[in-house]
Design a protein around this ligand. Structure first.
Ligand code: PAF
Length: 281
């Protein structure tokens, strides 16, 4: 596996692979890789002959007061894990490579229709930061396909919108959420949970399933099902931010007669902010 910190050197290698006829897949990450990331890497390897993984803890997607400084950084373990997976290149850019004119002068990407709702309500600027860095990474690597996880449901919709609207020639692939055996969605932030909180954490996914089951049974409105899920989470020790049933393609409020829908939730548990979602096809 080759490691690059400069885009110019990475591009020279990518051009050589392209001359050999290889397709390129990109898996953008913020590092601290876990099994969920490795599943994205395996998906990428099924789609293209060469796999590039980027590791960059993007400062612009952390809202003020969030965990940018303390976000877990484990570059050595990440590189070992990626080498074991047979990844061709890891791209570890320094900030000046990603934001060459500086953060204050950076061109930003805004999609107000998708960014201000749900997680955007409690994380101002977060999705603008995500879209801004993903556009940069796609421009730097020029991949045929880029792979993201379904756990960040609103994020993948933002990225699909960006790619379609700006006519970026990259196919966006979204891999199913990777879960622990007890249902908890894998996330780097799960390590912020104390043992007792970790034992409670699967209640988030259970609450989503309860909304989906209630909808299938019929007779209750989305609002009452989501309110019940919020109450269950509060009883289980969470501080719920939202549980919402939405149109899966647009995130508009759900029409219970239409499919596909998605039920999404965000809740704090101790030091961790957890998110999860469940598609209702
Ligand atoms: O999902 C993530 O890890 C990040 O939001 C991403 C897509 C790598 C952008 O920094």
């Amino acid at each position: 596996m080759q490691a690059f910190s400069r885009v110019e050197a990475l591009r020279a290698q990518l051009a050589a692979w392209r001359r050999e006829g290889a397709r390129i897949a990109l898996v953008p990450t913020m590092g601290n890789l876990h099994e969920g990331h490795l599943e994205l890497v395996r998906q990428a390897a099924r789609e293209a002959e060469r796999v590039v993984v980027s590791i960059f803890v993007n400062p612009t997607q952390f809202a003020p007061g969030e965990d940018f400084a303390s976000y877990p950084r484990t570059p050595d373990a990440d590189r070992q894990a990626l080498a074991r997976e047979g990844v061709d290149a890891v791209f570890l850019p320094v900030e000046a490579e990603v934001y060459p004119l500086g953060r204050a002068a950076a061109t930003r990407v805004s999609i107000p229709a998708l960014m201000d709702d749900l997680c955007g309500r409690s994380r101002p600027g977060h999705f603008e930061g995500v879209a801004t860095v993903v556009l940069r990474l796609l421009n730097m690597v020029g991949p045929d396909v880029a792979v993201f996880g379904q756990k960040d449901y609103q994020q993948q919709l933002v990225i699909r919108h960006l790619v379609r609207d700006l006519n970026i020639p990259t196919r966006i692939l979204v891999a199913p959420t990777s879960r622990e055996d007890d249902g908890l969605a894998r996330s780097s932030r799960n390590q912020y949970l104390e043992p007792a909180e970790r034992a409670q954490a699967p209640a988030l996914y259970a609450a989503l399933r309860a909304v989906a089951d209630g909808l299938a049974e019929g007779g209750r409105s989305p609002a009452s099902l989501c309110a019940a899920a919020v109450a269950t989470l509060r009883d289980a020790g969470f501080e719920p931010e939202y549980v919402e049933l939405r149109d899966a393609a647009t995130l508009a409020p759900a029409d219970p007669a239409r499919r596909p829908l998605v039920v999404l939730a965000a809740a704090r548990l101790g030091r961790a902010r957890l998110i999860d979602n469940l598609l209702i096809a």
